[in-house]
Design a binder for this molecule. Structure first.
Ligand code: CMP
Length: 142
């Protein structure tokens, strides 16, 4: 079924100037951008987004990294978009990511791993709503 998923191109990838290359991977795989903006996250916004990780030992570093520079937040739409995006990204740890995936090609460490993608349709709905108003989503049905 056609799904929407939420994607972040993280500060490391923006700093490396590979936003376009990452976007091309999404587009070539058939995912369509239905919303997109560049933002420099505040601590409050980054901490709220990753609230489920707030008790994890890496939380402080995660928030610090995600607020270190601008990110691109996007909503991607397509057949099986949640799983497809996760396949394109590769494993969370770039050292374990399959060859040819975004994280294998553009990231070196688990802390600075180039992209985030929703892990389920439920997360996608919550994450999309966290960053975008319904009126900012552009239907791509043609
Ligand atoms: P992301 O998909 O954005 O979700 C949370 C992020 O925390 C994750 O990608 C990693 O970049 C980062 N992180 C750092 N250490 C860990 C860890 N041990 N397990 C999972 N995520 C981690």
């Amino acid at each position: 079924a056609v799904q929407r998923t939420f994607s972040i191109i993280k500060p490391d990838a923006v700093a490396k100037n590979v936003v376009g290359e990452i976007l091309t991977r999404f587009e070539k795989a058939g995912l369509k951008v239905v919303a997109s903006k560049m933002v420099h996250l505040s601590e409050k916004t980054a901490g709220g987004f990753y609230a489920e990780h707030s008790e994890r030992p890496f939380f402080k570093d995660l928030v610090s990294f995600m607020t270190s520079g601008p990110v691109v937040v996007q909503v991607l739409e397509g057949e099986n978009a949640v799983a497809l995006n996760r396949e394109l990204m590769g494993a969370t740890n770039p050292k374990e990511a399959a060859a040819g995936t975004i994280r294998a090609d553009f990231a070196q460490t688990i802390d600075e791993n180039a992209v985030h993608g929703s892990d389920s349709e439920t997360s996608a709905a919550r994450e999309i709503a966290y960053f975008f108003a319904e009126s900012e989503l552009c239907p791509r049905t043609r």
